[in-house]
Design a protein around this ligand. Structure first.
Ligand code: HEC
Ligand code: HEC
Length: 276
């Protein structure tokens, strides 16, 4: 314990020095983090440089407003509106009485958003279309889901020439005769891995078998998003059609898994009941 504490104390000036050296890199990282955060938490209501949506266009927001005001507003738009703040109540009226929901943002997250806003202003209007792939798969429009399905099936070719997913993957309801079986069935992948798991997977397709195929033909950001939206959609209505043939297969898989489990439990324990 003591040596550890000592080690920590001796390290800290080094860490501080390192922090100074990597500060510009950290800033760039803050911008990237802010862009991602913006897409996930703000992009459904705001654009940066593409006009008003549910809420105002945030291009140049830190130039037209005081940073302290924006900080107060972000901590609680509701509280600022209720306090009678003239700007906040004016915005509320201008945006049809839609109240921006309170955002639970840490200081770091707010700082990264500010870095992103400043970067957008520096680059000029229209330069900040945050990566579409970061948008949650569950926020998709029906068109995006439909496109994802076409890309998956190969009825719409992938921009960079990658192979259609259907060749190796089945998804409930896909294609006419279902998909291939070399890769796992992806019906419940989104439900199992979540947005955070699926997004980086689709960005790289970097598993042992897919790596060789897609390293040179990655999906574009829009394609990644469409496929994610499609996978989110198929995993969501997972409880619907009982007569669907996939339930037959799922049943078999379940049975095999159950048998395997019984084998595991009874096999080794047959000789020693205290094995666990
Ligand atoms: C559900 C929609 C919604 C979401 C999500 C949302 N906002 Fe807003 N935002 C609004 C609306 C509407 C307004 C106008 C003020 C009002 O009516 O509350 C607004 C106003 C603002 C303003 C003031 C703009 C100005 O011109 O002064 C800022 C800054 C802001 N939002 C930042 C954010 C950030 C950052 C996020 C994400 C962390 C976010 N908003 C998420 C709807 C939203
Ligand atoms: C050549 C066959 C092949 C093609 C084509 C293919 N995959 Fe895969 N995929 C696999 C295999 C096999 C795995 C299992 C991991 C491994 O062994 O590489 C996998 C794993 C995955 C996983 C992880 C599944 C999980 O539950 O962990 C996802 C997501 C995925 N593929 C998506 C796609 C998408 C999207 C496409 C089309 C753009 C695609 N795959 C095209 C063979 C393929």
């Amino acid at each position: 314990m003591r040596t550890q504490a000592l080690g920590g104390r001796r390290l800290s000036p080094v860490i501080q020095l390192l922090a100074m050296l990597v500060a510009p890199a950290a800033l760039a990282q803050g911008t990237a983090q802010g862009a991602k955060l913006f897409t996930q938490r703000c992009g459904s209501c705001h654009s940066v440089g593409e006009g008003d949506r549910v809420g105002p266009d945030l291009h140049g927001v830190l130039e037209r407003r005081d940073e302290a005001w924006v900080t107060r507003f972000l901590k609680s738009p509701g509280a600022l509106i209720d306090s009678g703040d003239a700007v906040a109540t004016g915005l509320l009226k201008q945006f049809n009485g839609v109240r921006m929901p309170d955002q639970a943002l840490s200081d770091d997250e707010r700082a990264s958003l500010f870095a992103f806003f400043r970067d957008c202003t520096a680059k000029g209007k229209g330069s900040c279309k945050p990566s579409p792939a970061a948008k949650p798969g569950t926020d998709a429009t029906p068109e995006e889901i439909a496109r994802g399905r076409r890309l998956f099936e190969g009825t719409e070719p992938l921009t960079n020439g990658g192979a259609a997913c259907l060749g190796c993957h089945d998804v409930r309801g896909v294609g006419v005769a279902g998909g291939g079986t070399l890769g796992p069935n992806l019906t419940f992948t989104f439900a199992r891995l979540g947005d955070r798991g699926v997004t980086p997977l689709l960005a790289k397709l970097d598993t042992p078998l897919m790596r060789g195929l897609y390293a040179k033909t990655p999906l574009t950001a829009e394609e990644q998003y469409a496929v994610k939206a499609y996978l989110a959609d198929v995993s969501r209505d997972g409880s619907r059609p009982r007569q669907d043939r996939d339930f037959f297969y799922l049943g078999i898989v379940g049975l095999i898994a159950a048998l395997g489990f019984i084998g595991l439990v009874w096999g080794p324990r047959g000789t020693d009941p205290r094995a666990h």
